[in-house]
Design a protein around this ligand. Sequence first.
Ligand code: BGC
Length: 901
Amino acid sequence: MRCTRGVRLGVWALLGLLVPFAAHAQMRPVQLICEYLHDPLGVDAVRPRLSWQLKSGERGVSQTAYQVLVASTDAGLAADQPDVWDSGRVESNQSLHVEYGGPPLASSKRYSWKVRVWDQAGAMTVSEPASWRTGLLTQNEWHGHWIGRTEDTRYAPAPLLRHSFELRREVENAQLFISGLGYYELRLNGAKVGDHVLDPGYTAFDRRVLYVSYDVTAQLHRGANAVGVILGTGWYNVHSLAVWGFDKAPWRAAPKLLLELRVTYDDGSSETIVSDETWKTSTGPITYDSIYGGESYDARLERSGWDTASFDDSAWQPALLVAPPGGQLVSQQMPPVRVVRRLTPRKLAEPRPGVYVFDFGQNFAGVSELTVDAPAGTTIALRHGERVASDGSLDVTESMRHQRQKPPRFQTSEYTTAGGGPETWSPRFTYYGFQYVEVSGLPSEPSLDTLAGLVIHTDVESAGEFVSSNELLNRIQAATRWSYLSNLVSLPTDCPQREKNAWTGDAHLAAEQALFNFKPAAVYSKWLHDLVDAQRAKGDLPGIAPTSGWGYGRLNGPAWDSALLLIPAYMHQYYGDERILTRHYDAFKRYVDYVTSRAPGGIANFGLNDWVPYKTRTPAGITSTAYYYRDAQIVARTAELLGKHDEAEQYRQLAQRIFDAFNERFFDPANGSYGNGSQTSISCALYQGLVGPEHRGAVTRSLVQAIAQHDDHIDTGVLGAKYVLLALTENGRTDLAYKVVDQKTLPGWGYWMQQGATTLWEDWKGTQSLNHIMFGDVSAWFYKAIAGINPDPAAPGWANVIIKPSVPPGMQSARARYDSIRGTIASAWQIDGATLTLVVEIPANSRAAIFVPTPDADSVQEGGQPASDAPGVRFVESANGYVRYDVGSGRYTFEAARPLP
Ligand code: BGC
């Protein structure tokens, strides 16, 4: 291997961007999580699952045994006195989802835990302590009442509810549980509690209502205290009229609140403060709020000090006791929605006198924050949208096309000043999808400082990073991340402006990308309940969940509904989560049986097809039947996990019948093609595993032809856009998939970027929404195909990692880092002259098959010596342009003759 020093430095500069490798030689447990969250509050799982990662600087390290210790106090845990549960030493390499196995847990109690692990040499290390706190585990533990201001759903102002109370001693600990529908803002002693916005998450409130847990010890004191809550309409009292009929939702009612505050004093005695008819209510400055329409705020109506104990509320009305919303109270066990970032406008224009348009240069979900100095009673209107017309004025025609409100009001904030100095305001109970804000009513000319953009989404941690030498790919990657986050506001949504609906198809098409880029496990766990809540007795599902009842008859079908099975299957694959499969087994079966009832002879010829295609349409029969096939397999696999071997066999046989029927109906053996020969038809058969091994070569060739017919451009809708790239990669044609992604003309992701897109669009031409995530699987393909990080279907939860990068002609380098549930997986490659360098990192307690892309097996070195002599590296085979090595955990640096261009 000849490398000049300069080139080598270049390689290391690139690869140095991988996370620094663990300095510790000895394996130790880190990153302890309970139900996917760090030190969560409000855990209501009866047997919470505990996971940890293992860190080590050595190669080939794995866990051979573990011991979980759970104590009721930190001191007890530190003294190795696990008075709650001691798992004992368990001879196992399991480090994910170890179920708590102690006596039943108590409500609103903190549990401290740690784990001891043993490595192959028998050396033991112990983790730092972690904790979880339980929520209210049974419905009858709630002592409070649902209260509100009115039962009139048309009453517009947002209610304020307040209560003063005395605490007779020093507070040792205080836990607060709240649900406020549609949205709440919680305040204690004059300040907002926590940093959540648009809380609680959206559910079908007549089925399930989320409550949120806070530790408020620091916000309370001995003596007089006050709690105040503002309620918004959110999704609970939707009064905007639109095609989805949320105004007619069965759960619809006026805003209401349930609150319980449990205080423990320094002498061990306790006190509970709850919402009831002794609370007082009035209205304040929010005169209108709507999830679609926006918010109006009249600062002259602010009630100074209303959320403090000294406030005189004698003129306020007593709160009204109201009916509960009907749904079961469930703890909100996912990262909250937050304001995660501030954006500054890039440009400011004045298309009409006195009407100003701010451009943030980025499409996103959130709100704008206004700063203004104007005489009292000045009303400023801020309309939000993602397009401007040719004259520079805001154009929301597309985004409003499903709205039926008269007079129309959409994505509009309205602020009326109190006067007397600069005022800063942003709405609380709504959010918008936008890039532009049109502002009118300002008393004087604004500057860029007049507005800030507050980016809002469910605050999931980032998990992955992909960077390559091709700037176009990097831009598509960035746009995908923006679109995903814009579409994660307690639910996985389709778009943040027009609909804000959790469309099932969009959700599963975006899911694998999401699992690489972020940590959305808890969000999907919650949304799966929403889906199951929406399933009807006969097994069918609506196109959106939650739904008011809209979307069952049409605008669904296997290609959308299969989110119910696919997302749990992905969670099993990416997180090793079996519970998400087994918990919903009955719902899976009911769904597949429903499809069977509509699929005579094994062909499911109904439902949405390859949505928003470019030119060529693909009939639903192909795509729906293929999902039906996948679903039957997922039912079979889940039955196996549950030990239901007969049912597993029954659904395996069903899958086989679907496979046969599909091929009988759609396969054209003479041409190696399927259905109408569209890119989607052929790639669907390949990607969904419906092509017999003997035909794969021929079918791949016909896919290549179908792409060539469109000048090596993609010609599919949202379904095919996922299949084409993966079908090509899985059949050895990543080069062509790359060419398709690298196109800069219509249709393709590159075309969008050429047009200045900062998010992914709904359709190839860009005539509809400009912030949809359903074409986003291209980002998962970057991780899998280019960087080469692939899960092994036979070893869920990254127990085994398949590293198989591709080096498309013209690319110089690519790197990806993925914080998997087991720890960091990284793969980075670079071409220098005739040499390929590949650096791979595999977390402790995992192993990997590394496929080095080189035509010359003899050229492969690892750490400067022939790879087959390198410690912990085992040569397996050389085939199809790759040399395979099996390794344990650790960092590996391969150098080899580069693949032929
Ligand atoms: C949504 C899509 C959705 C589709 C299905 C559209 O209005 O925005 O993303 O999947 O409808 O009908």
